[in-house]
Design a protein around this ligand. Structure first.
Ligand code: CMP
Length: 710
């Protein structure tokens, strides 16, 4: 060989010798050579000595030679000594070229995954150095760089970092990556072989993807991989990829369902995959058939719109629903009936889809109220019972569900903003049902409260659909590869993300989450209102006692959200200042209250609460405002994009929080019902609580009950 002449010929000759034929001088020569190589510069000298005995020389005289192919098992790590190689990815072609001094092939060795790219010799007479897997593992694995960056066309596309957890099968985790490259990475490395494995990286991706890639764009990515022919027309390989796409789709549907099934291109793709699996006789066919049944059910449910009414105060009431449960999920196309006021406190009643924007509401209301102004000169405003005004952005959606308890929607010309004042009824209690709390047992009331909160938390709607075919549900529950939790459709997951990142950015409503948060405030202010409106001291003590017991029962029933709301209500100044009332409280109740109060202590990032929850098994209703706070904290403390790449560290953190939510709902809440004494009455009462949410009004009521001592 011509290239074997010259000063390096000697070295090459040595490097071709099998390890045990190398003499001490040979090793010394190699060692000195290794000292000059850039990719090895971070290695200690003793490692280089070890490498000297095992590193092999590989010459590739012809360009176009395949060093290894994408999808193959990784057996070696390589260094380019001279010449160059191309990094080639299916469907993309050459994504990078590596020259003398650069290395490749580390990824497959470190993570025990198939090769992420093919390596093809680019120049004649390219020379490589090779370290085989066992030697690599023995000498290099532990010291390999903490961060691996993969480039395409000179730009970083995937940044991996060594994971600190030893039990993780994948030693490197993705820190940052483009969305499209991440799909590739998941298909390449995460979906091989055992399909029933739970994979945290895939779960992170599926739980959070709406933040960085729309369902529609993700379907397109998957289609690209699905229809891609492997180079060299390797039928087996392209079938492997196609089946991975099928499995990806299956996981996607079972992880998120609702938002995905609202996306027509996803539904169409699912249908194509179902047919293909059937045709090819793949075993994934069984999974896909289940999904396709879900698609049908979803479409059934979506075809029916519900009608809602937002009463003055309280929760939106479902006036009309097609499914027999009576309790339903609020969907963007459902209609909602609500009032819009103008500056002189006259109002009109509108019926619009939940997804209507502030701008649409503004225009409709102005028209009905006879306000003549151009849309851009009008504003839509919430006036809270405290008098605070919040102007809605034109693009905001699901306005009625986002109102505070006694807040009202106003429309006015821009310049009249300051003239918008509270309507007298906002300071009075909302309409609620009458019930003498002395007649109801705390347990019974807590039971109905918890059941109502649970319905709101669970969106019973979908679950009933599942349970309607009870046999089918049983099948799912008994089937190991189909964990039951997958059934428990979760709209909050997305609503939490929309809420955290800003609803208007997605143009999506968070109506169901809004309602749940509103319930939290409602419970809290109901406590304050009830106590401040009970004028007799002895009765007030009784109510106080009852509410403490109620909170304790909520805790017993795993309704932590409810417990929090009740205890927060009791710690409101309008209540806590009533010292004559508290003084008369029996010791037992006082002790109970002290315990409850300790769990809501926010210090050290709600450590007490977190302790309580971690000692509790699911199902449970978590303290939702804290979940939101955690999400916001992660969001504000971490960038979503870093140098054009999605920050997957952040997605992982968000997913962890979303997983706690999923955990809370992984089973249906079942509590022994109380003996049905006042069932209908109590049920109705807890659904429609009387509240004042205006702190000044509450304070003055409280002052009247027990005047300030001077
Ligand atoms: P491995 O997956 O073991 O085999 C292919 C190698 O190509 C891979 O490790 C990386 O070391 C290297 N490589 C360089 N750039 C890229 C890229 N953009 N994508 C994938 N692999 C790349």
């Amino acid at each position: 060989e011509l290239s074997d002449r010259g000063p390096d010929a000697w070295l090459r000759m040595i490097l071709r010798k099998p390890s045990n034929d190398r003499t001490p001088e040979d090793l010394e020569t190699i060692y000195e050579e290794l000292m000059h190589m850039k990719p090895l510069s971070h290695l200690s000298n003793s490692m280089k000595r070890e490498l000297a005995s095992v590193i092999m020389f590989e010459a590739h005289p012809k360009s176009g030679t395949v060093v290894f192919e994408q999808g193959e098992e990784g057996r070696s790590w390589y260094l380019v000594l001279c010449g160059s190689v191309d990094v080639v990815i299916h469907g993309k072609g050459v994504v990078a070229t590596l020259h003398s001094g650069e290395d490749f092939g580390k990824l497959a060795l470190i993570n025990d995954v198939p090769r992420a790219a093919s390596i093809i010799v680019r120049e004649d007479n390219t020379h490589l150095l090779r370290v085989d897997k066992e030697d690599f593992n023995r000498i290099l694995r532990d010291v390999e760089a903490n961060i691996v960056r993969l480039k395409e066309h000179g730009k970083d596309v995937l940044i991996l970092e060594k994971s600190s957890s030893n039990n993780s099968a994948h030693k490197y985790v993705v820190m940052a990556c483009t969305a499209s490259r991440m799909v590739e990475h998941l298909l390449d490395s995460r979906l091989d072989g055992n399909t029933s494995n739970y994979d945290p990286a895939l779960d992170d991706f599926l739980l959070t993807h709406v933040v960085f890639i729309s369902p529609r764009a993700l379907v397109q990515e998957l289609r690209k991989h699905y229809s891609m022919d492997s180079p060299h027309h390797d039928r087996e390989l392209s079938e492997t990829y196609r089946r991975r796409v099928v499995f990806f789709m299956y996981r996607w549907v079972t992880t998120v369902r609702h938002p995905l099934l609202n996306e027509p291109s996803a539904v169409q793709f699912i249908e194509e995959l179902v047919a293909e699996c059937e045709r090819e006789g793949w075993e994934e066919s069984a999974l896909m058939n289940r999904i396709s049944a879900q698609v049908t059910r979803h479409q059934d449910a979506a075809a029916h719109t519900n009608k809602w009414k937002l009463p003055p105060g309280g929760q939106p009431i479902c006036l009309f629903t097609h499914n027999e449960t009576g309790c339903a999920l609020i969907k963007p196309h459902d209609d909602i009936i609500f009032r819009v006021y103008c500056a002189d406190h006259t109002y009109c009643t509108l019926r619009l889809p939940v997804a209507a924007t502030a701008e649409q509401i503004k225009v409709c209301a102005a028209d009905k109220l006879g306000i003549r102004a151009r849309a851009e000169d009008l504003i839509l405003v919430e006036v809270k019972s405290s008098g605070e005004r919040v102007v809605f952005k034109d693009c905001e959606v699901s306005i009625p569900t986002t109102l505070t308890l006694n807040g009202k929607i106003f429309v006015a010309p821009k310049e009249h903003l300051d003239a918008l004042t509270v309507i007298p009824e906002q300071e009075a209690p909302t309409e609620g049902l009458e019930l003498d709390l002395e007649d109801v047992s705390a347990r019974e009331m807590a039971y109905h409260m918890t059941m109502f909160d649970w319905d709101l938390f669970w969106n019973i709607h979908e679950v009933r659909i599942c349970l309607r075919g009870i046999n089918e549900a049983k099948v799912c529950l008994n089937n190991d590869d189909f964990p039951p939790k997958i059934h428990f459709f979760n709209c909050y997951q997305y609503e939490l993300l929309y809420h955290t990142f800003g609803r208007h950015r997605f143009g999506q409503s968070t109506a169901n989450l809004d309602v749940f948060l509103r319930r939290f405030n409602e419970l809290q202010y109901w406590v304050v209102t009830e106590i401040c409106m009970t004028s007799s001291l002895s009765k007030r003590v009784h109510v106080l006692r009852k509410i403490i017991k109620l909170a304790a029962y909520c805790r017993e029933f795993h309704n932590i959200n409810g417990m929090f709301a009740l205890v927060l209500g009791l710690s409101n100044v309008a209540v806590s200042r009533l010292s004559s009332t508290w003084d008369k409280l029996p010791g037992k109740s006082r002790k109970l209250y002290t315990q409850l109060e300790a769990t809501i202590d926010p210090s050290r990032n709600h450590r007490a609460y977190r302790g309580v929850v971690s000692s509790m098994s699911a199902p449970l209703i978590p303290f939702m405002p804290l979940l939101l706070k955690d999400m916001t904290f992660i969001h504000e403390g971490n960038k979503t994009m870093v140098d054009g790449l999605v920050n997957f560290e952040k997605m992982h953190m968000l997913a962890q929080t979303l997983r706690t939510l999923r955990y809370c709902r992984n089973r249906r809440l079942v509590i022994d019902p109380p003996s049905p004494k006042n069932e209908a009455e109590v049920r109705a009462y807890v659904r429609c609580l009387r509240t004042i949410d205006h702190q000044r009004t509450l304070n003055s009521l409280s002052n009247k009950l027990e005047p300030r001592r001077s």
